[in-house]
Design a protein. Structure first.
Length: 456
């Protein structure tokens, strides 16, 4: 990734020099301007990720510059710098779109913290915009691809329940698209323009989850050298996704339940409570009924988080969606890697349809990326697929005919799969399919199929 571009606007050389040193040390590209006119010229070029601007310049108002920046490049974060006594104006700037303000004089540590937060916030917004575009650019399907009745039901639930604030619980195996469903709930809701915050409870050490979720006050514990907002507080009007919620320690489940009931929380080390406004979406790849029986999930929390409950089906239960997903991934990676491949051959489709997909949609996407990378022609062939699809044992095969096949393709597939089931025994294959053996040999020859060495 290229370095973030930062612009510093201030007529005090000592301020611009100090900020430049800190920002360059953080690895950012830095430009500086001593006046509004100079800043406007720099702003005509490539957009900046972050701008520091003084509120009072010799030839311009910081508020006017803020309005110009937000009008031309609304994704640029702006930090206003203010001298003592102009705090009211700084707050007014925030109302007009500034990310935050910093009072002069300031320390390198203050700048470092503020820059990190501003750029993280910009990155989250950029990711959310990208995800929102992916979810909404394809109309009513929210990019949740599937014609299977289970998937159509999920689409219906999203359309119906997304406008509400009801808590959502999404169950399903890893790789089935639970996060995509959660994102659809957010971006189809009135909260779409607010943050969509995600936290994987299984990926964070248990001793850190509490501080990440609830935040803390300076001095709350060793190493807490500043105040920190938790993710619940930072979500502010948006949606919080707690992925793998069953991995949350029991004492935090109790604390989360209280927050959901009262919509108030207390940071670690704080005596005062604050109001919070967020929608909760939870997900898990485990069986919630079993977790309740085992005592790893509170029953009262389960009832609170599962007002709307969705089961994301594994790919093996909706195999008719494999061609739709495979074609979509084929087009995506062909464009990404600038390959001319645009079609999947019938034999390759057959391999995709027979596979069990233990890794679900995530595995299918990986398989299609692999295939596109190794394909040499304009059509994906069986040999382009990863080894696990080509070496599946015959006993694992199910007789599956991919949708949209012609009768000739269906006949070829029926013969091919039966030969595999019988280990290539033509006699046994002819008996199963009720073919005379000479006719079966003719079909095999026309389809390019071969039997085993022992047909007796």
């Amino acid at each position: 990734m290229p370095p973030d571009r930062v612009l510093v606007i201030d007529d005090e050389v000592s301020i611009t020099d100090a900020l430049r040193l800190v920002l360059i040390d953080l690895g950012h590209h830095v430009d500086a301007a001593k006046s509004g006119a100079e800043a406007k010229e720099l702003l005509k070029g490539s957009p900046y990720d972050l701008v520091f601007t003084d509120l009072r310049l010799p030839d311009a108002s910081g508020i006017d510059l803020l309005a110009l920046i937000k009008s031309n490049t609304p994704n640029t974060e702006v930090v206003v710098m203010t001298a003592h006594g102009s705090l009211d104006i700084a707050i007014e700037a925030i109302k007009h779109g500034a990310f935050y303000y910093i009072e002069k004089p300031f320390t390198p540590a203050q700048v470092t913290t503020l820059v990190k937060r501003a750029l993280e916030f910009e990155a989250i917004k950029r990711e959310n915009r990208s995800l929102k575009n992916a979810l909404t650019s394809d109309g009513d399907d929210f990019k949740i691809i599937g014609r299977d009745p289970k998937m159509r039901q999920i689409h219906t639930v999203i359309r119906t329940a997304a406008p509400s604030d009801a808590s959502v619980l999404i169950e399903g195996e890893s790789g089935t698209g639970k996060e995509l469903i959660a994102a659809a709930f957010h971006f189809q809701s009135p909260r779409a323009e607010r943050p969509f915050t995600r936290i994987n409870c299984a990926a964070i050490p248990q001793e850190l989850i509490e501080s990440e979720l609830f935040g803390y006050r300076k001095g709350a514990f060793t190493g807490a050298d500043r105040d920190k907002r938790g993710l619940i507080e930072a979500t502010a009007g948006g949606t919080l996704l707690l992925d793998e919620i069953a991995e949350m320690p029991m004492h935090l489940q109790t604390k989360l339940l209280r927050v959901l009931q009262e919509r108030r929380l207390r940071r670690l080390g704080d005596e005062e409570e604050i109001s919070v406004d967020f929608r909760l979406v939870s997900s898990t790849n485990r069986d919630t009924a079993q977790m309740i029986r085992e005592g790893t999930l509170r029953k009262d929390l389960y009832f609170r988080i599962s007002t709307i409950k969705i089961k994301s089906p594994p790919l093996r239960e909706r195999l008719d969606d494999v061609p739709l997903l495979a074609k979509r991934f084929l087009e995506h990676y062909a464009d990404k890697y600038k390959k001319r491949i645009r079609e999947i051959s019938t034999p390759a489709f057959a391999l995709l349809m027979r596979y069990e997909w233990p890794g679900n949609v995530r595995e299918l996407e990986s398989v299609m990326e692999h295939a596109v990378l190794f394909a040499t022609g304009d059509k994906l062939m069986p040999e382009d697929l990863p080894e696990q699809l080509q070496t599946t044992q015959a006993g694992e095969f199910r007789c599956v005919i991919p949708p949209f096949f012609t009768m000739e393709e269906i006949e070829r597939e029926a013969i091919a799969q039966t030969l595999e089931r019988t280990g290539g025994n033509v006699k046994r294959t002819a008996e199963i399919l009720n073919y005379h053996r000479p006719r079966l040999y003719r079909k095999m020859k026309s389809f390019g199929l071969r039997g085993g060495a022992d047909d007796s």
